[in-house]
Design a binder for this molecule. Structure first.
Ligand SMILES: [Zn+2]
Length: 343
């Protein structure tokens, strides 16, 4: 192993910080996972440093020999200033994370990036799209995530917002007092009609709960039993608050009309949005994955059908669709490899 090729990759999520020592080929040499005890920025910076040093110990290398430290954050990263401008996962706004880390490890160069930028870079350098210069990764889980490499370069946008597919609009965002029911669903970002308000595991459950409660109220008013989402409700013991994406997938499989309609509509919205990206960016490869898509064959199939249907023929024909290869490791691998580029 070449020591001069070793960097640290950190993946900072809502509940855990993961650190790994990664070699130039993207292989993990030593790693550590910490649960965050606090989301206060100084404590999180401490946890990052601790996890990094433990990962170095696991790799049998001193921290001082790290060529650089790459940090992938679940949030919006302003690279020029090293500030996390927004991270709903951590409950952060305008946190100067780079400064907090530099104060603790002044001798190691630090590169900050968004977690999906790290994922797409990892897949491009060491995963399912090695050597592909025009690449799009879309992950669907509790959020929609998207990473872009174009012309061999990672695209993060001037203020770190490139690839924000989650908040592209798939439904009417403008309020219409005449038709309140036609408003797009409320998104966590404060706007309406975002893809993230429909096509994620969290959004799907909220959507099903809302539709069931509306149907229950209508059935009560009419003095009839509610039949909407009946199979789904049976699967979760009659409690709409216990609805999960997995229960919806199963209910859809067993013929539940509501689950089918929402999963299908969410998959179609995702496919529609991704198709427009294909048409606009002409990537050579598209990697589709994430917890929700990989556990829902129904959504995966429908999303791919929608991509085939809505992308321009020329863009679709020149793009191969596959699955990411690195799974949970992609964040740390990508962050470490980006730290190498920066160093
Ligand atoms: Zn939004």
């Amino acid at each position: 192993m070449r020591r001069d090729g070793v960097t640290l990759g950190i993946d900072l999520g809502a509940t855990t910080v993961r650190a790994a020592v990664v070699d130039e080929g993207g292989r993990l040499i030593g790693q550590e996972r910490h649960r965050l005890q606090s989301k206060e920025p100084p404590q999180v910076a401490e946890a990052i440093v601790r996890a990094s040093k433990t990962a170095c110990a696991a790799a049998g290398l001193p921290f001082s020999e790290m060529l650089g430290l790459g940090l992938a954050v679940d949030g919006r990263v302003h690279k020029a200033t090293g500030v996390i401008t927004a991270s709903p996962a951590l409950g952060w706004r305008d946190v100067p994370l780079l400064k907090l880390l530099q104060a603790r490890v002044p001798k190691v160069p630090i590169a900050l990036t968004n977690d999906l930028a790290a994922v797409v870079w990892a897949e491009r350098m060491a995963g399912a799209a090695k050597g592909v210069d025009d690449l799009l990764v879309v992950l669907l889980g509790s959020h929609v995530g998207c990473g872009l490499v174009l012309g061999g370069r990672l695209q993060e946008g001037w203020s770190g917002l490139a690839g924000d597919l989650a908040h592209s609009k798939v439904s009417s965002a403008a309020p219409d007092p005449q038709k309140p029911a036609a408003h797009g669903r409320q998104c966590g970002c404060g706007q309406r009609g975002c893809l993230d308000a429909y096509a994620t595991s969290t959004a799907l459950c909220a959507w099903a709960r809302d539709d069931i409660r509306i149907a229950q109220a209508a059935a009560r008013a009419a003095g009839k039993p509610n039949l909407v989402g009946k199979r789904l409700l049976d699967l979760v013991g009659g409690d709409p608050d216990k609805i999960t994406a997995a229960a919806m997938e199963r209910a859809a499989h067993e013929g539940d009309e509501l689950s089918r309609r929402l999963l299908d509509e969410a998959a179609r919205m995702l496919g529609f949005s991704v198709a427009n990206l294909l048409t606009m960016l002409n990537p050579q490869r598209l990697l589709l994955g994430g917890g929700l898509l990989s556990s829902s064959p129904r959504m995966m199939r429908l999303a791919q059908d929608a991509i085939d249907l809505y992308a321009s023929k020329a863009a679709r024909i020149s793009c191969t669709v596959g699955a990411p290869a690195l799974g949970d490791d992609a964040g740390v691998v990508g962050a470490a490899l980006l730290a190498r580029e920066a160093a």
